[in-house]
Write a protein that binds this ligand. Structure first.
Ligand code: FAQ
Length: 317
């Protein structure tokens, strides 16, 4: 079978491979017009698409609270945050398009379970304290993971991440401010915050992915400069950053083994339940089915808008 033009352009080519390797070694950016190995392109599409899907699916757990926000101020903040997540999804899908992907196909892959989205969004937001804890812990973990991606070797991804990280910082601060307000409130509000922290702590640690020893993609992704740090390194950074914030807030992190190691200055923490992680990744989390059903209904229900916009664009091209 004859290779498609794009595949021919991307086929093994020692001269261009050497140029690519030199660009990576010099820590310069690869741009869409540049030759790249097929594995690099596929890895980027996989990671960026998973990230985009996470942003879009991640709108659901918080979006559920838009009609029940306790004040106009909280509603405006939450609305802005949920809209930001939609924007992040769009920048990221655009970045995949510079690699030759088609965003409709990526959405189909998500809905058919052929591509993943972050495990964290398969847990429910049971009370308004969850909105604060998602901002503090989930966006906090996202920032820890994503700030180094602003230096990712692929230009369009790295540039998209700069704006995303700025917005994620606002998300994290609004979550922490909401929790500080609740902790200064009634005993019932403090109990709600503690309960939400108890439920979200471990899933937040799982966001960083499997331990380094079980992470099939990390070594190659780091060699290519797509990822800058390993999953365990970033997870450790997040724990070290979050423990003092929890103390200031006045909540207890649900891990009796969590303790500062005086020799390293880093925190030791208990064993993560990787069986639960795998269960959530394979569709068995509390909200997997609900999230995908809703995403499918949105795609199908909005198909007429896409069709009308495409027909209009074609007519006026
Ligand atoms: N959930 O070999 P590795 C947000 C998969 S933040 C689900 O270590 P890799 C903001 C992984 O894809 C959340 N799947 O993989 C927000 C691979 O499967 P595959 C999104 C996971 O890629 C806040 C397999 O396990 N952030 O949305 C997870 O080197 C609030 C083996 O793993 C990003 O995506 C997981 N937690 O490292 C929005 C950041 N962990 O694809 C709304 C960019 C691993 O081979 C509200 N992504 N897997 O079938 C990354 O940094 C990386 O892709 C990792 C995984 C670190 C997630």
């Amino acid at each position: 079978m004859t290779a498609a033009p794009r595949d021919r352009a991307l086929a093994t080519d020692p001269g261009r491979q050497a140029e690519f390797d030199a660009t990576i070694a010099a820590d310069h950016r690869i741009e869409p017009r540049d030759w790249m190995p097929e594995g690099y392109r596929k890895t980027l599409i996989r990671q960026i698409a998973q990230h985009a899907h996470s942003e879009i699916i991640g709108m659901q757990p918080e979006g559920d609270w838009l009609l029940a926000a306790p004040s106009l101020r909280r509603k405006v903040i939450l609305l802005a945050k949920v809209q930001d997540e939609a924007g992040h999804g769009l920048y990221l899908y655009s970045a995949t398009e510079t690699l030759g992907a088609d965003r409709d196909e990526l959405t189909d892959m998500l809905i058919e379970g052929r591509q993943k989205y972050s495990s964290i969004f398969n847990y429910p937001t049971l009370t308004y304290a969850d909105v604060g804890v998602v901002g503090w812990l989930v966006d906090g973990a996202a920032i820890c993971n994503q700030v180094p991606l602003c230096r990712s070797s692929y230009g369009p991804y790295a540039r998209a991440m700069i704006r995303i990280c700025k917005e994620e910082s606002f998300h994290q601060r609004q979550g922490y401010e909401l929790l500080l307000t609740m902790m200064r409130g009634t005993d019932e509000q403090r109990a709600m915050v503690q309960d939400a922290v108890d439920r979200w702590w471990w899933p937040s640690l799982m966001m960083f992915g499997p331990p380094d020893a079980d992470s099939p993609n990390s070594a190659q992704s780091m060699a290519w400069g797509i990822k800058r740090h390993s999953n365990d390194e970033l997870r450790q950074r997040f724990v070290d950053m979050t423990v003092p914030q929890a103390e200031f807030l006045g909540v207890t992190l649900p891990d009796p083994e969590l303790a500062l190691d005086p020799e390293t200055g880093r925190h030791r923490f208990g064993a993560i339940d990787w069986v639960e992680f795998k269960r959530v990744l394979t569709g068995g989390g509390p909200c997997n089915a609900e999230r995908i059903t809703r995403r499918r209904a949105t795609r199908d229900g909005n198909a007429w808008v896409t069709e009308a916009a495409t027909a209009y664009a074609e007519k006026h091209a």
